[in-house]
Design a protein around this ligand. Sequence first.
Ligand SMILES: C[S@@+](CC[C@H](N)C(=O)[O-])C[C@H]1O[C@@H](n2cnc3c(N)ncnc32)[C@H](O)[C@@H]1O
Length: 265
Amino acid sequence: MRIDILTLFPETVSRALSHSIVGRAIRASVVDIRVHDLRQWTTDRHRTADDVPFGGGAGMVLKAEPLIQAISDICGGSATEQVERILLCPQGDVLTQATVAHLSAHSRVLLVCGHYEGIDERVRALMIDRQVSIGDFVVSGGELPALILADAIVRLLPGALGSPESTVDESHTEGLLEYPHFTRPAIVNGHAVPPVLRSGDHKAVDEWRRMQSISRTRERRPDLYARWWVAAQVRRSMRTRPMTKRNKRGSGRTPPDLSGGKIVV
Ligand SMILES: C[S@@+](CC[C@H](N)C(=O)[O-])C[C@H]1O[C@@H](n2cnc3c(N)ncnc32)[C@H](O)[C@@H]1O
């Protein structure tokens, strides 16, 4: 897969990409990440990429022409490959693991980083396929959001992680949060590791982790838990009876209390 990142601050982005899992994936050719300096597409001798907003007001706006030219040059060379052009933007769809998984199946994506007040609106209309937000808050530029998105995508590429199973149980993959982890020593400040994890009984460990995953999602993210529960009910009823309008919507029952006992889904 190839990921292009268009930014006013290429050094910051390149430096951050050289470490850890993403850095290793680049060196192992699992992913090809190219960072582009927007100023390369400016035409005046001061390499001006921003200007004051029409209508007045605070802050600067990234100019349309360098962005349009840069995006078409970066994407235009490829006659066969479709490039998904993504603007990092606090007004976009909030990023989810499902979107990350969808994007990781593309052969190419371009991440466009805004800065200051953002980009000229015409670029969004003419050149952007999708807008992604990393959450309902504002950071100063699209560089950190682009790095977050690139990292999340790379983790899902075959060969990026030491163990591909690492992403299977991970939080949000199946709509649940992951179970807790422990490592040596077995007792820290009087707090012992749950005995089942040291029992050697793999089936019991799997069951304990599943229950932990479900109960922790219910406790910490009731919104995710409710969605997961409805989906689990639909899956269950599809296994037992043919699809009808009613069971497509869920069973109509409410999510169970997990304070004790066992859940079967
Ligand atoms: C200071 S922000 C501009 C915010 C814009 N004036 C607004 O109110 O919607 C500058 C740039 O940072 C990036 N950015 C800021 N917050 C973001 C978020 N939550 N998700 C993705 N990108 C974000 C975008 O690229 C944006 O163009």
